[in-house]
Design a protein around this ligand. Structure first.
Ligand code: DAO
Ligand code: DAO
Ligand code: DAO
Length: 204
């Protein structure tokens, strides 16, 4: 049986391995304040990595480093995001009353800000066209699993409860998405530390 890791504050569980041998590196929380008042936890997430691709992409540069030093090096995280390392982010919905319009808005805000940050402002219209396809009949009840997986060639594949709903080949989109979790201003700073520690130990 596959072992599981429990995210302590929500009780959501994450398998220690997901498809094709991608290993769990850490879990965190995506919160959002509503009406500027209280903060709700929208989803818990787990970040996974394909250790073989991590080594093949970044081993030459980093394998002789000390993992304790490497995990503090922002350039390391940039390299993980920019190169074609096989990452998967699994989201497990905690707040079950999400309106699809809010998902669209939050997505345009979070991912959109990163696309601009990385110099892709000209692609914002593409992003809006994409989120325009999030229609009101999509339901995301509590416990829904969304897997965002980078396949070789910077293809970002999206699955909802195991069913593929789309894939987009874009290094800019992959980088912009992963930046939310392991970039310089992540959703959950403690989670990034744990993820970084585990990525560094797998590599060095
Ligand atoms: O519906 O009023 C509400 C709460 C708004 C929270 C929206 C946050 C959406 C975050 C993106 C979730 C992607 C699955
Ligand atoms: O938390 O702001 C964020 C970004 C989360 C990215 C979520 C992508 C979800 C795509 C599938 C939504 C289906 C309606
Ligand atoms: O042209 O490189 C580019 C940027 C494309 C942005 C397209 C946005 C598509 C959003 C897909 C989200 C899947 C989680």
């Amino acid at each position: 049986p596959v072992e599981e890791v429990v995210e302590p504050s929500t009780g959501m569980t994450f398998p220690s391995v997901v498809e094709e041998g991608r290993l769990f590196t850490g879990t965190g929380l995506r919160k959002k304040s509503i009406l500027g008042l209280k903060k709700i936890t929208v989803y818990a997430y787990g970040v996974y990595v394909d250790p073989a691709s991590l080594k093949s992409q970044l081993g030459n540069k980093y394998s002789s480093e000390n993992p304790e030093e490497l995990k503090k090096n922002e350039e390391f995280y940039d390299d993980v995001m920019v190169s074609d390392v096989g990452l998967t982010v699994r989201l497990v919905i905690v707040y079950g009353s999400l309106k699809i319009g809010s998902v669209r808005g939050a997505f345009e805000e979070s991912v959109g800000s990163r696309i601009k940050k990385f110099g892709g402002a000209a692609n914002i219209e593409l992003l809006q066209r994409f989120t325009g396809a999030f229609t009101d009949d999509i339901k995301l009840p509590k416990g829904t699993i969304i897997d965002l997986t980078r396949l070789p060639g910077n293809v970002l594949q999206t699955k909802i409860d195991g069913t593929e709903v789309g894939s987009v080949q874009s290094s800019l989109l992959c980088r912009s998405l992963f930046d939310l979790y392991i970039g310089d201003d992540p959703f959950d700073k403690e989670a990034k530390k744990l993820i970084g520690q585990n990525l560094a130990s797998l590599l060095c």
